[in-house]
Design a protein around this ligand. Structure first.
Ligand code: NAP
Length: 243
């Protein structure tokens, strides 16, 4: 285990209102971490925080809005004493053919998946530095390979990987940087796709995905729980059978 007891560590999770973020909140709360749950759907994170107990707070925050992240960081400092772990999990996967019709979605993916993670990290960095913090970036298999139709999504995850490797070297040994790269995980992520054909294909694929958000949450909890002298820098994981 980490030399700090989980009971004294504070974890901030972006995109904690569903899927991997929600499951990670449950897993870490179960291990005794204190948590700040961030997302735009405040009703969902409020209900989750109430369910998980008094050491969990919900903060409405949009990762594309730096002011809302600054306000969140102030609350984390005031109410929980500062963040020890930041999990950059918020993301959107708006797959579809490369065309001008998709340009707003290209921008949204870059602003949420890449710039959102960068902004949250610079906002919380002083807190993470104050006593040995962890920065966990939720990337994807799409950060290591690319396919037709996922170019900009893959670009955000490749970007996340490159940025994380730079930060790993720059912030060590005070802050551990970890990258988690799941393959397909059964969550609501593909339901936001707008291109009809792509959406249908993704729905078919995701209907039979055996890996759950809880599977990924366990892996994240394991990585964060390693002793401070050891960093699991990167974990690439796929459903058995995924190409
Ligand atoms: N599911 C997969 O197959 C898979 C595979 C590899 C990697 N991933 C990555 O895992 C992460 C979590 O995805 P998921 O599968 O758990 O999907 P999900 O259930 O759709 O969760 C995405 C989360 O991101 C949040 N979010 C989206 N836009 C946001 C914004 N502007 N500001 C703040 N939060 C925002 C959503 O919260 P609100 O809408 O409430 O704000 C939601 O909690 C993503 O980074 C995704 O790329 C997923």
């Amino acid at each position: 285990m980490n030399t700090q007891s989980p009971h004294s560590r504070v974890v901030v999770i972006t995109g904690a209102s569903s899927g991997i973020g929600e499951a990670t909140a449950r897993a870490l709360a179960g291990e005794g971490y204190r948590l700040a749950l961030l997302a735009r759907r405040v009703d969902r994170i409020t209900a989750l925080a109430e369910e998980l107990g008094s050491d969990v707070i919900a903060i409405e925050a949009d990762v594309t809005d730096r002011d809302s992240l600054v306000a969140a960081a102030e609350r984390v400092q005031d109410e929980l004493g500062g963040a020890d772990v930041l999990i950059n999990n918020a993301g959107v996967m708006l797959l579809g053919p490369f065309s001008s019709q998709q340009r707003a979605e290209f921008r949204q993916m870059i602003e949420v998946n890449l710039l959102g993670a960068i902004t949250a990290s610079e906002v919380f960095l002083d807190q993470l530095r104050d006593g040995g913090g962890d920065l966990v970036n939720i990337s994807s298999v799409a950060g290591r390979t690319a396919r037709p139709g996922n170019g900009v999504y893959a670009a955000t995850k490749w970007g996340l990987n490159g940025w994380s490797e730079s930060l790993r070297q720059e912030l060590q040994p005070g802050v551990r940087v970890m990258v988690i790269e799941p393959g397909a995980v059964a969550t609501e992520l593909p339901t936001h796709i707008t291109d009809p054909e792509t959406k249908q294909g993704a729905a078919r694929l995701y209907a039979s995905v055996p890996v759950t958000a809880e599977d990924i949450a366990e892996v994240i909890a394991f990585a964060v729980g390693r002793p401070q002298h050891l960093t699991i820098n990167e974990i690439l994981l796929r459903p058995t059978g995924q190409a």
